[in-house]
Design a protein around this ligand. Structure first.
Ligand code: GDP
Ligand code: GDP
Length: 439
């Protein structure tokens, strides 16, 4: 399990600045579902051999009317999901009552908390720290997020108790599918994940599973269908019947991130009744950049008027073009309609994601593609593409060797991707291309 660090503090103390410094923003995922005062942002980072996830909570209100008002709901949720809390205060504005209100909460909370004093650039560290000792949260740690001062050293220390892990984060590091293809059911709140999970399991034999009680572990449920083993990596599903309460409590981005990391194939559930919303796009982006095999399930297809169906279809076509490698199913989890059709897509996506192709075969496809359509001339010299071999799997990586490959136009890369996809009959997984120029 990747350690999770929550950034907590008043507005303007520098949380977003620190978040950006600690994460690759390409990966950032925003929890913007309804019922929460402000967004939480999730991002991944890496230091030495260790990976971590950072949550930027953005919004503890500054006008404190007691702790309830001072601590926005979503900050509490983030603290709940985190292993480590970095409590940020501002050396320039000094200690103010809102900081004390937050500190009071953090002192009773069981989470490992670090008191971080930001914006110490240009200040004398020792005197800048003095007033924060009184918060009773241990040694104040001076940093300057915008300059990067002391940030690496702090994170290094924060992560010290956590073991190094294999940073080769692609799914090759996952257990192979001997024990079953691992299926992650993901999607924003209320799209029907729990209903789908219960439906998927309803008629099948559930082997055994450990129903962990924490807010952040995705549960794994091994089961069999028609003699084939599968493992559901569930983020919302079966446990829900026991504790239905706040949507926000049920839905956890951390669980979603874990499930994506831990599955071979993700089923992304969309809601035909609400249409596509930003949160869907964020999640989908995340799945794509993770390289996971993907099946799209448009749920709640039952009882829709034909105009509603047409509207959803055209919205998907318009906005999800970038995910058109994934099989698309229109289902009703509630009634079970078309749910069984997900399995052939899951099998196909897994097979494609883990396929191995010989250098011979890939090179032949490349050469055929090139003779069909020559790459362009660059400064009077034609780009040459000579050979292709497989550089990895899940997602498959195809390495193409040639000359001047850095100048290969995007349109030509798309042409190659489409050609390889078609000839190799790859559906359900992204394919990555790497181009190398050699002598
Ligand atoms: P947030 O509301 O807690 O997320 O705070 P932001 O990250 O948006 O930062 C608020 C302001 O403080 C911005 O103008 C930042 O540029 C500034 N800031 C952040 N970190 C530092 C720092 O280390 N030193 C100084 N001088 N300014 C900083
Ligand atoms: P989750 O938050 O993604 O786990 O969503 P739930 O499974 O809890 O479903 C949210 C709501 O949508 C519930 O009221 C379900 O009964 C309803 N729902 C789920 N699937 C369907 C479906 O296929 N059709 C219809 N009409 N409603 C559904």
């Amino acid at each position: 399990m990747t350690p999770v660090i929550a950034l907590v503090g008043r507005p303007n103390v520098g949380k977003s600045t620190l978040f950006n410094r600690l994460t690759r923003s390409r990966d950032a995922l925003v929890a913007d579902f309804p019922g929460l005062t402000r967004d939480r942002k999730y991002g991944n980072g890496q230091l030495g051999g260790k990976e971590y996830t950072v949550i930027d909570t953005g919004g503890i209100s500054g006008d404190e009317q007691g702790i309830d008002a001072a601590m926005a709901e979503q900050s509490l949720l983030a603290i709940d999901e985190a292993d480590i809390v970095l409590f940020l205060v501002d050396a320039r504005s000094g200690l103010i009552p809102a900081d004390e209100a937050i500190a009071n909460h953090l002192r009773v909370n069981q989470k490992k908390t670090w008191l971080v004093v930001n914006k110490t650039d240009g200040l004398e560290e020792h005197s800048a720290m003095a007033e924060f000792w009184g918060l009773g949260l241990g040694d104040p740690r001076p940093i300057a997020a915008s300059h990067g001062r002391n940030v690496t050293a702090l994170i290094d220390e924060v992560l010290a108790p956590f073991p190094e892990r294999n940073t080769d984060s692609d799914a090759d590091a996952l257990p192979p599918a001997d024990q079953g293809i691992r299926i992650g059911v993901i999607g924003r709140p209320n799209v029907g994940k729990s209903t789908l999970v219960n439906r998927l399991l309803g008629e099948e034999r559930v082997v055994v599973f450990d129903e962990a009680g924490t807010t952040r572990d995705a549960i794994e449920i091994p089961y069999e269908r028609r003699g084939r083993p599968y493992v559901l990596v569930d983020t919302a599903g079966v446990r829900r019947r026991k504790n239905v309460s706040l949507v926000a409590e049920k839905f956890s981005i951390i669980k979603t991130l874990e499930a994506i990391k831990e599955c071979h194939v993700a089923i992304m559930v969309l809601d035909a009744r609400s249409g596509l919303v930003e949160q869907d796009m964020h999640l989908l982006d995340y799945v794509l950049s993770s390289g996971r095999a993907l099946v799209l399930a448009v749920n709640k297809w039952d009882g829709l008027e034909s105009e509603q169906r047409d509207k959803m279809r055209s919205e998907i076509k318009r906005r999800l073009g970038f995910a058109d490698y994934a099989d698309l199913h229109f289902i009703s989890a509630l009634h079970g309609t078309a749910v069984g059709d997900l399995y052939p897509s899951i099998e196909r996506a897994y097979k494609a994601a883990t396929a191995h192709w010989s250098t011979n075969r890939l090179t032949t496809i490349l050469q055929d593609a090139v003779s069909e359509h020559q790459p362009p001339l660059i400064n009077g010299r034609r780009i040459k593409l000579r050979m292709a071999h497989q550089g990895g799997s899940n997602p498959p990586i195809i390495v193409v060797h040639g000359n001047q490959t850095a100048s290969l136009p995007e349109a030509y890369k798309r042409y190659l991707t489409n050609t390889f996809r078609k000839v190799l009959k790859v559906r359900g997984t992204p394919i990555r291309f790497e181009f190398r120029s050699g002598a």
